[in-house]
Design a protein around this ligand. Structure first.
Ligand code: DSN
Length: 417
């Protein structure tokens, strides 16, 4: 496997990579959409497949020399289908956005209507936000959460769907900490004759482990990224029923992408293989236990969790009662050696760049081997930092304690940087 030392002649790049490795090692990674891949995933991602063009699909390529690329893609598709019980898998999307774009293009015409989750209630940019291609090319309508419970308002969803008659309904979110009722979405979609698409990027690892309801039996199309709870390389994937396979494939290539990133597909194959192992279920169980514990810790310390808790790998803290905003919290945590991201909370007035919430996730810390008792320690660091956002010396002291604590959870011990 190539190592950092193969880069030693490029001192500028070597230095940046070394710093990034050190950052990932010594900070508490709590961005809910990040994880640490295995050495095997890293190795596949750095493999010689990076040299190969393979536009097309297995047995229908536009280049010679694709026999190994074909085997690789067939293997990866098979693992994806098996893991999620899907009829068809396209493993070529470079990212979640291109997976979503191809999903829309396979069943919609420009000007059709997407009904997606409101960005400020936890939805994603590509679910119809005006700044995204999805909001520029399509008409949009949005559902959200109830003000009282902060759970998805399924009644309002049904009413809006009835009124706007969307061609597609998108379920799935980036900062919604609760189980999603896919049969209910299906019912609503059927009633207005819409396709149902589920973007399971955040929780696809939990779905793979059987710990979050699978959208696959209910949705026409399921998109995902591969690098969040699924713990693979950065990339995307689409699962669909057989009747949409051709349309989806044509929209990825030649519709919106050129040559597939075969080295990334190789890394996806490794990650999907890992997700098929029984240990992956244990891992995801621990992700959930850790997140429950983190939620309890924060609630006990007086913080308000959006929807009152979590069923998933993430919690969303409403910071308004504590008198600080999301930007201040994120900056203070960073100084304290904790990486997280600010996030808007439902019905708030702040702009996205300030935000009133803080999103925290446990996938990466769990990969490092942390269990509930470790999460208690992490929770103490977080609370200490949030109570001292303007006290630089206190934040520095917390960072030193974090750096000491995290040494018990080494990551990439064989990588030298
Ligand atoms: N940007 C991702 C996240 O952090 O949730 C979603 O794609």
């Amino acid at each position: 496997m190539p190592t950092f030392h193969d880069l030693a002649h490029d001192t500028q790049l070597y230095e940046i990579l070394s710093r990034e490795l050190a950052r990932q090692r010594k900070k508490l990674q709590m961005i809910a959409s990040e994880n640490y891949v295995s050495m095997a995933v890293l190795a596949a991602g750095a493999s010689v497949f990076t040299n190969k063009y393979a536009e097309g699909y297995p047995d229908h390529r536009y280049y010679g020399g694709c026999e190994n690329a074909d085997d690789l893609e067939i293997l990866t598709q098979g693992r994806a289908r098996k893991l999620f019980g899907a009829e068809h898998a396209n493993v070529q999307p470079h990212c979640g956005s291109s997976a979503n774009m191809a999903s829309y293009f396979s069943v919609l015409k420009p000007g059709d209507t997407i009904l997606g989750m409101n960005l400020t209630h936890g939805g994603h940019l590509t679910h119809g936000a005006p700044v995204s291609f999805s909001g520029k090319l399509f008409k949009t309508a949005f559902y959200g959460v109830r003000k009282d419970t902060e759970y998805i308002d399924y009644e309002a969803l049904a009413e809006i769907a009835e009124r706007v008659k969307p061609q597609i309904i998108v379920a799935g979110a980036s900062s919604y900490p609760r189980i999603i009722d896919f049969p209910k979405f299906r019912e609503v979609a059927d009633r207005c004759g819409a396709y149902l698409m589920v973007d399971m990027a955040h929780f696809s690892g939990l779905v793979a482990a059987g710990l979050f309801p699978s959208p696959v039996p209910h949705a026409d199309i399921v998109s995902t990224t591969t690098h969040k709870t699924l713990r693979g390389p950065r990339g995307g994937m689409i699962l669909c029923r057989k009747n949409l396979a051709k349309a989806v494939d044509e929209q990825i290539f030649p519709g919106i992408q050129g040559g597939p990133l075969l080295h990334v597909i190789a890394a996806k194959a490794v990650a999907l293989g890992e997700a098929l192992e029984p240990e992956f279920i244990d891992y995801q169980r621990q992700v959930l236990k850790n997140c429950q514990r983190l939620g309890t810790h924060m609630t006990d310390a007086g913080y308000r969790l959006v929807s009152g808790g979590t069923d998933t790998h993430l919690i969303l803290i409403d910071l308004r009662p504590s008198g600080i905003n999301g930007q201040e919290a994120q900056t203070a945590l960073d100084m304290a050696g904790i990486t997280a991201n600010r996030n808007v909370v439902p019905f708030e007035k702040e702009c996205f760049s300030i935000a009133s919430g803080l999103r925290l996730g446990t996938p990466a810390l769990t990969t490092r081997g942390m269990i509930e008792s470790d999460i208690d320690v992490v929770g103490e660091f977080i609370v200490d930092a949030l109570r001292n956002v303007r006290n630089e010396s206190r934040l520095n002291k917390i960072r030193m304690r974090v750096e000491d604590f995290i040494q018990k959870f080494p990551i990439y011990p064989d990588l030298k940087g």
